[in-house]
Ligand binder design. Structure first.
Ligand SMILES: Cc1cc2nc3c(=O)[nH]c(=O)nc-3n(C[C@H](O)[C@H](O)[C@H](O)COP(=O)(O)O)c2cc1C
Length: 191
């Protein structure tokens, strides 16, 4: 079993990555393979509304000059998908939103191709707006017919500077619980 995580932060190995790694450590304890794709330094354009995905029906985006199709392939191969983002103006980063729009439309064009995979959203935040970012990612899972595990709080961790999330004990605990619940769910889905 495998879980793929997409880190929408412009900062490599920042707070969002710290939170993802907390979830990963619990998944790995239960022999679930993990991989993180960090969008830092990547240019990922938004959906151009060409609707070619509905003509092609090849499980790929017709815009092929960035990493979105690699991400889609990893999503198809995985049993669980984590979307993770810092809070930028009370929402997800532009790059993460571009993945949501393009992978989401391709999934719709191909019969909800992520249906019944497990999906979890993670947010890093300094102070406010994280719930809105969290909702943005959960909307992708829900309209894709995916199954969402919960945790003991909404999946967010606090911090401004790189590394601050390590000091948010409740945030770290929330991620660990999420990891355990995601592992439990993945095993049920596969059974
Ligand atoms: C463009 C931009 C917008 C931001 N907007 C918010 C915001 O709306 N609310 C907030 O609490 N923090 C905001 N932040 C702070 C980040 O969410 C916070 O530093 C987060 O921990 C960064 O995660 P990272 O280390 O993974 O990049 C913003 C940061 C940037 C660069």
């Amino acid at each position: 079993m495998k879980v793929i995580a997409f880190n929408g932060s412009a900062r490599k190995d920042g707070n969002t990555a710290i939170l993802i790694n907390q979830v990963f450590s619990e998944l790995e304890k239960q022999d679930i393979e993990t991989e993180m794709v960090q969008f830092s330094g990547q240019i990922i354009r938004g959906c151009i509304a060409c609707y070619k995905c509905f003509e092609n029906k090849d499980q790929r985006c017709n815009v092929k000059d960035d990493l979105v199709n690699d991400c889609i392939e990893k999503m198809l191969e995985a049993d669980g998908i984590i979307l993770a983002s810092p809070t930028y103006f009370a929402d997800v980063s532009s790059e993460l939103k571009a993945l949501i729009d393009r992978a989401g439309l391709v999934a719709k064009a191909n019969g909800d191709m992520f249906k019944r995979k497990a999906g979890a959203a993670i947010v890093a935040v300094r102070r406010g707006g994280s719930i809105h970012a969290f909702d943005s990612m959960n909307h992708f899972f829900l309209i894709s017919q995916m199954i969402i595990p919960g945790s003991s709080y909404w999946n967010m961790g606090f911090g401004l500077e790189k590394g601050d999330a390590e000091k948010d004990e409740e945030g770290l605990q929330t991620m660990k619980t999420l990891g355990r619940n995601m592992a439990w769910l993945l095993k049920k889905i596969q059974a």
